[in-house]
Ligand binder design. Structure first.
Ligand SMILES: *Cc1c(COP(=O)(O)O)cnc(C)c1O
Length: 406
């Protein structure tokens, strides 16, 4: 076969990628094979790259040629993960980060300067709350927290100029829903760009860019890894934003994802859809069983009709996710007793694992924010959050039932 023919085949294969559906993009998106023609994505565990001559090194640093220089700037395994996640999320570009928190932090850092104002939903992951209310103020960045469910509160907060808006939906742990489209419109009118934390929904269940969101962040530690092995994160958005605004900061300060973790995660994306579907199916069963249990005061699951924002949730999400929260009538004492009686479900503050994990937010993930803030969020002493795993759902339900029976 001559060179022309090879080039034609390569071009036609590349062309066909444009019409790939989500499941295909998850398995093949971003794949770049080395000259060994390996089937599976290669792990390039290297910090640096070599130049054939001094002139090429000079050209690389001058930016006149585009090539790998150093893994803080780029690494082929990390790039495969970034390109695959971008293809799934429907983003022009992606930069992977060492953790979900570095993704949130760097997204905000890239948008904000001293004197700017950020508006965020009060329903935030604990460490996001710290960044907004304690860390950014040190650099002269003002903030306002609003109830993410309350459009009037968003309207009021965004009647003044702002540069960034941050929220997660569904939120942790109370599974509150933010109206993505409505809040994004208000944010844009105020001059702000929207950063949405899509960790709970994953790109399988929720597609924020279709609602006008500017930047999506992920904790890839959760469902994208999916088996509780590695930490990682990602920032996705328009190419111009990633290259001009984000990349100079990340390259020079170094929140890079390790190639090994990127390799685990790029393989994780291949099974993301299958896993998320199963998590959702198991969670829906668990939510219904818990709702029928006499010890349970209330179950929070966006897929249930008794979720106060069920209609909005089902407009934005293709399925309600793998997390269920529930309140025990007898409070903290009963919550602790239940946790300590579990025989299969593990007590852990992580989530998105194949293993079912349960936590008591008031004394763990949301302890730092204090009692007053917890009360505003509806995180009571009897609240438990379960990340429903991939075990046989009958075993999960049997375990929860025997633990609640005590
Ligand atoms: C876990 C989590 C984070 C933080 O991610 P890490 O990978 O632990 O740094 C941020 N946002 C949400 C919604 C999360 O669940």
């Amino acid at each position: 076969m001559d060179g022309d023919q090879k080039a034609r085949i390569a071009a036609s294969r590349k062309e066909s990628q444009k019409s790939w559906r989500a499941a295909t993009r998850a398995v093949r998106g971003g794949l770049k094979r080395s000259n060994f023609e390996e089937t599976s994505e290669a792990l390039f565990l290297t910090s640096g790259y070599v130049y054939p001559n001094a002139e090429e090194a000079e050209a690389a640093f001058a930016g006149t040629i585009d090539r790998l220089q150093y893994s803080r700037f780029g690494n082929p395994t990390v790039t495969m993960f970034e390109d695959r996640l971008a293809a799934l999320e429907g983003a022009e570009a992606c930069r992977a980060t060492s953790t979900g928190m570095s993704a949130v932090f760097y997204a905000l850092l890239s948008l904000l300067r001293a004197g700017d104002r950020v508006v965020a939903a009060r329903q935030l992951f604990g460490s996001c709350h710290y960044i907004i209310t304690e860390l950014l103020p040190r650099f002269g960045i003002e903030h306002e927290l609003v109830d993410g469910r309350d459009l009037d509160a968003w309207k009021k907060a965004l009647s003044k100029p702002a540069k960034a808006v941050l929220f997660e939906t569904p939120s942790n742990p109370t599974l509150d829903i933010v109206d993505i489209k409505a809040v994004t419109e208000l944010a844009h009118a105020a001059g702000a760009r929207v950063v949405l934390d899509n960790a709970f929904a994953t790109p399988i269940l929720q597609r924020p860019f279709e609602h006008g969101v500017d930047i999506v962040v992920h904790s890839a530690t959760k469902y994208i890894d999916g088996q509780g092995r590695t930490l990682g994160g990602a920032i996705l958005g328009p190419k111009k934003y990633i290259l001009d605004e984000l990349q100079p900061i990340t390259r020079n300060t170094g929140p890079s994802l390790s190639p090994f973790n990127a390799w685990v995660m790029v393989k994780g994306l291949e099974t993301l859809q299958l896993r998320v579907e199963k998590h959702c199916a198991n969670a829906a069963r668990v939510a219904d069983e818990l709702a029928a249990h006499p010890a349970v005061a209330r179950v929070i699951y966006p897929g249930r009709k008794d979720h106060p924002q069920h209609a909005l949730a089902m407009r934005q999400l293709s399925a309600p996710g793998g997390i269920v929260a529930f309140d025990l009538k007898a409070g903290k004492w009963a919550a602790f007793e239940t946790l300590n009686r579990l025989r299969l479900v593990d007590i852990s503050n992580n989530l998105g694992d194949a293993k079912s994990l349960i936590t008591h937010p008031a004394t763990t993930t949301h302890k730092r924010i204090g009692e007053v803030e917890r009360a505003k969020l509806g995180i009571g002493d009897g609240l438990l959050r379960i990340s429903v795993g991939l075990e046989d759902v009958e075993d999960i339900i049997e375990d929860l039932t025997q633990a609640l029976a005590g």
